[in-house]
Design a protein around this ligand. Sequence first.
Ligand code: AVJ
Length: 319
Amino acid sequence: MSPLLLTRTLPVDATDAALRADVLHGLTHRPKTLPPKWFYDARGSELFEEITRLPEYYPTRAEREILIDRADAIAAASGARTLVELGSGSSEKTRHLLDALPELHTYVPVDVSESALRGAAEALLEERPGLSVHALIADFTGALSLPGTPGPRLVAFLGGTIGNLLPQERAAFLASVRSLLSPGDSLLLGTDLVKDEEVLVAAYDDASGVTAAFNRNVLSVVDRELGADFQPADFEHVARWNPEQEWIEMRLRARRDLIVKIPELDLVVPFEAGEELRTEVSAKFRKEGVRDELDRAGLRLAQWWTDSAGRFALSLATV
Ligand code: AVJ
């Protein structure tokens, strides 16, 4: 079995510094915000896995359907010898792609979580002993540099996670992906699509309250990492459709007047009863919008596939 290569481009303390900066900035500006990347500690990642199995949360199943149906077309169109997966997590959905890419030489999973990378890579190497796996511990929203692996390269960014970036962040992200690609390389991008408000809101406010627990978990992360005294139960989960921006917003609404102390930041944060803290946007897309955003980053939409119910899309873009 070929060995697993692991490269860290993220300093060990980068996460801590970024969390401090994000919390300080987000809680001292109005409206208050926290970026969604801080949901995903061990508990948050478990809750997210639980979300993907909820009856209301269709995106994971819809994307899996497309990957299964189109794996051969993706393989043929990309001819990939290297698959790079940004935010790979458990690499579960990637199996379908890997299985359809017999010519694949190298898999490059990129994630901030070293434990997720090791677990996923070890499981994959058992199944595909000939595959070379070069895992990168890196933040895909920052500057990336990829190992020199054989082309063509296929860069996959699945799950609709691009929707968690704000429009300017999306533009910067796509431009940085573009800079990783040479002629013949491609990008496979998963995007959730605009649909009925009731369906969207239910997906982010499920009946069993798993998404509410996931949302409040960000407060537990700030408590643990920065010594804050948030009481998650003081906040109500809110999921709202923003029709102008065409995104779902998750918020946490203070149930009463509160004063939260964050000793590690020497910060005291007051909340008025009813005040809302925005914790996530999850943008929903249309084909024309995806095409435009790709164009502006110097990428060309070559293929557009949706699931049979038209809820989610996979785009294949080339340079
Ligand atoms: C990480 C993009 C897949 O925005 O749908 C799920 C995260 N947030 N429920 C999304 C999430 C609330 C999710 N993605």
